[in-house]
Structure formats: C-alpha cells, structure tokens
Design a protein. Sequence first.
Length: 704
Amino acid sequence: MRIGEFRIKNYKSIVDSGWISLEEDITSFVGRNEAGKTNILEAISHLGKDEEIKREFLSRRNPQINNLEKEKIEILTVPVTSQTSPALWLTLGNIVQSHKNEKRSNSDRDLSDIPIFLSRYADGSHRIYIQESEYASQKRKTATTIRTLRSRGYESCFERLKINPEELQSSIQSTEHRSIRKYLDVINKEIANSPWEGLDFSGQRDPIDPDYIRNKVKYARNFHRNEIEYYSFLKSIQADLRRNLPEGDFKLSKDELEGLPSIAYFENIETIERKTNRKKEDIEPGSPYDQLLEKFELRKEQRESYTRHEREVYIESAEKELTRKFNQYWDQTDIRFNLRLLDGDLSIKIYEKDNQGKEIFTFASDRSEGFRWFLSFCIQLITGENTEDDDLILLDDPGTYLHPQGHVDLRRAFESIAQDSSLVYSTHSPYLIEPSELRQVRVVERNESHTGTVVKEDLSKVESSGLDSLAPIRTVLGATYARSLFTSTSNIIVEGYTDRVYLNRFSKLFEKNDYLSLPKEASIIDMRGSGNGTVLAQLMEAEDYEYYILIDDDSAGQTTKESLLNAGISENRIGEVTDFLPDRFDSGMIEDFFPNGRLSEVYCEVHEGISRSQFENELGDGKHFKRRVNAVLDSLYGKGEIEQKPDSIDKAAMADHIDRKIAHDEWGVDTIEEQTLESFQSLIEDIQSTINNPPSERDSSNAE
C-alpha cells in the first residue's frame, strides 16, 4: 500500500510544501543543514497516528493558525487515486461508502477516476473527502466569480458582509475546505434573512442580474437597488463556494486508522556499543541489546521461567532472524550471528568465512563503527512494530559514520528493502545517490521569508543561492567512489567558480611563457561553497589522493579551516589567499591579487552606472575585495553620486571578463601588473610543493 504524493502544511519550518511526489521504490531528500529535511520525514511519520501535535511544533511562520483549534489545523494531506495507490484507494473508498450508507446517501457517483483526499490534523484526527476539482485546482485558476464581482464594483458588498475578498479567494485557491465552510455559513445566514430567499433563479449567470429580480418580482421595485444587488452578490458567492466544497467529509475512527499505510520512522539510530559482554542489569533500556531481548522474550525474568531447552529455542530463533535480516541487505560477505546468554552475560558473536573458507568469529567490538551502525539498523528493522510489513520506511540521515564504501553497500541494501517497501531518506552523502536514478532526488531549501521550507523535484529549478543543496548530486554526477570519484589523483580544491577560473587561466598563461604552472595531471575542483570542503578532503584522504585546499581569508574560509583541522586534515594542505598577498592586507580573496586600478577597470566594464574614476578613487586597501567594493558603493550612494546601489557584485562576470582578456592575448605577462603575477606564482609554487611533497612524506623526512 504505497503513498504516491503528499502535501505538508503548518509543521515546524513548513508553511506549505506544495505537492511532493514519492517514487515507488526510493526517494531521497537532499539539502543544507536546517533546510527542513527532518521536518518533512517527521510530518509524514504522523500519518495514521492519533497523537496530538504540540503547539510548539506547529509552524510559527503562519500567523493565521495561531488562534485556530487544532482540529482545524491541517498537517498532512495525501491524494489517493486508483492509478497511483490502488490498494489505499480501495481502502479509503470502502470507508467512504460505509459512511454514505450510514447517512443513507443516494449518491451513486462513480469514484474510479476521482482522487480521495486523506488529511491529518494537529489534534490527531484524520478525515477523508472527495473533491473532483481540488486536484486540478492546483494547476488552474479558481474563484472566477469573486474576481468578477470585485471587478464590477461589489466592494461595498464585501464590506457589508465583513469578508476580506482576498482571503476568501485565497481559501478557494488553496482548497481549504474548512475555511470555505466557514465563509459559506456566514453567507447562508445572510441569505436566510433575505426577502428573496426561495425564489427560482436557475438559468441565470453569476452574478445574478438585479434587473432580472426587479422584473421577476413585482414588489422588488419597492426595494432599493443596492439591496437587490447585495442579494445577487450573496447568491453568486454561495454558488461559487458550493462548487469548491468536497463531496463528503468523514472523520476516521481508530479502527479505520488501522487500514492506513504502515510507516516506520528511524531517527538517531543508536550504534551497538563497543563492548564484548554486557550484564543484563547494565543494559540500557532501548539499546540494541535491550531491543533484541524484548523482541525475542529473553528478558531476565522471562528466561528464569524457561526450561533449558525452551531458552535455547528462543535464542536460536533470535539468531536466525538476525542472520536472515542482515544477510538480506549486506552484500559484502555472508554473516552468521551467535547470541550468547551465559550467567547473565549477553554478547553477540559474528561468524564469517576467511579466504580459505574457514569460519572465524569476532565480537561487535572488533568491527568498524559503520558495520555496527548497520547491525543496529537491522535490529531496528527486526524489533520495530510490524516493520516486516511496513509500507513506508523513513530514515533520517542514515549511516552518518559509514565509510564511503559502506555508503555504497547501504545504498544496495536500500534497493533490496525497496523491493518490499517504499523507502524515503534524507542524506548529505553522494554515495547514497544513484547517478542513473536522479528521478529519486528531491531538493529541500529553506527560504527565510514567510514561505519557510520548500521542496523542488526539478533539479534544474534550484536557485543559484541554493546550489549548496545540490552538493551531493554534483559530486555523484562527477562519478561515484567505485567509478573514480575524481578525474585525477592530484586535485586542487577551491571555494568557488571564480577561484577555479583565475587559477586555471593563470596556470595556462604561465605554461605558455615558461613560468612555473600547475601539474598537468592536476584537476581543479570547485567545492561550490566553503561548507563542502571538509567532505571533499575526507574523500581525498579515503582515496589516498594528493590534494591542496585554497580558502579565502573571510569568515566562511576560517570556518572551513577550523572544520578541516577538526577532521584531522593537515594544515600543510591548506592555503589561505592572504598568504600570497602584500602585508597591507589583513584579509583577502583571490580578486585581491589584482591592484585597485585593474579591479576598478574590470568592475566598471562589467557593472553599469559607475565610472572608473569614481570607483578607483574610493577603493582602499586592507580588507578583502568584497568588503572594499561594498564600502565604495555605500560611499557613492551616500554622496548621491549613484542613484541606486547594486544588489550584488558579479564576481563570476568579472572572472569571465579577465579570462577572455588573457585567452585572447589582450593581456599578457608583459601587461599584467607584477603584484598579480607574483601572487599567482607564489600560490602555484605552494600547490606544487604540497602535491609533489605531501605532508605525510614531509613529516616522515623531518622525523628522520
């Protein structure tokens, strides 16, 4: 029983996610930290559960829900059709039919091509309803009557009714059927008090023509035209709201919730401890050891009531199930587990065959953290409620401690799991993304405005500001671990596009003029944001590749440096731009390799509205390029010398401009300033030295 699509509202960082599709097998959510990936998984996990959601977990970005009762705050909606989710559609269809029978509904409507909507509310209640127009209304404009009334001067009627037309129109467009009912109740009361109620206006267009009423009812001429217009207005709104109401709105009982898809949510999976034996009294409740004992009825008080044979039967059952589940998903070797319970001590032995076919054993304490995490995950699958039959499995950032090869194995395990259950997980790892299956990837971004977390299925529509969200995808598209992740064994990691352009172009210029240039086999890798540098460096270390990391001397660069050092990356592999600048700079970016005159020339050729003389006179020294340019723009704008301050500095366009100048021989070693040539030469010398004499070898020679 699968879920093909869902929509989240009013939950934590999510105001309205819009419709998000799930693949039948695997769906992965990628994005920056704090983007909202975990919130998406949490919201999905609430489906089918009747616990109330605390106010503190509701979205603070949507003030409209602050005073609403929880039973009116929609959290999750799942559209179900006979094509996308036939089993779930049949289950819900039967519930709808049973409710109709209870109400003695005479509707014999064919529902085969109409989606049934299942909504989960903050109070834990679940409701289902049918609305033929709702699904399509996401893709077409609605509430045409309201727009027509406003355009024809009926604003006074909205004021008399005390309804904001924009809020009314928004409710219809977003298909908030509870809001629609609220508005409809107000209008029905107004109509009930009207002298025209009960008259037949069939065949009339919306809005009803007041002259039609005056001609049809003689005594209508005694009323002011405004009253007739108001009634006409009410009837028109009533008709439009009724068209947008769902057919049926049934609250599911606890028994009916049992028929919904079974969902297992795994977060913060505890890695099985690095201990050989644990006494039962010391086992922490909820730990993997404790879960196994509870699942297979092997707690101390239970064991004491068993005969020796019964105890052996229970232990053997646990061993077989753990071995079966682990080998079902672990492709590296065949594993056999032995669960030992002796004198109150608990241990798990792990048996596997060596190269000669001889069976050897180890304890969990002898295995890697990645192996122990995967073992804990399998224990969770075994001991969780009905996990064998779960329709949907949710995993939050699985396998954090796994080596890249372990992530590759975990991905294969996921593919096996996905044969029986739909699998959804969040990740930062490129190894958990299959490059041939990018249809499975959803990019999560967090907009700091009122919209909050948004999800994008079309990767080409991810905004440039959110390129960091695509880091795992960009990496995996280059190639994955088993397919040569990097194109060279010698690599230079730079922060962004401009660093790569400058370094590549000046190396070619130096090679052409017999200066020292970069190693021919070296590749320049754009980390696309300082946050990815540590991951790339760790991958280089895992591959035993030579590499050099160039960072800016700004706050982001210093954060990257700290992260690199904390991850055990040698400081000798890290180059800071300031190291290659004159002493007058206390911070720098690669653009600072150029003197002020050259920077002013390029900036003003790329950006419109500022003359070179204006710009160069204001450009100082000391701080890095970006700060200095912003200071110039602030100064010129404050003096009134420019009408509008540019929103941003187009560093990429400046880099491309310089690249073309050098490539077309308009600039050369004889025309480029000595400061610039010396800075790039010093940088390339440092890169050459690091790659040709890596820190490990340097440390060894120093030790000798």
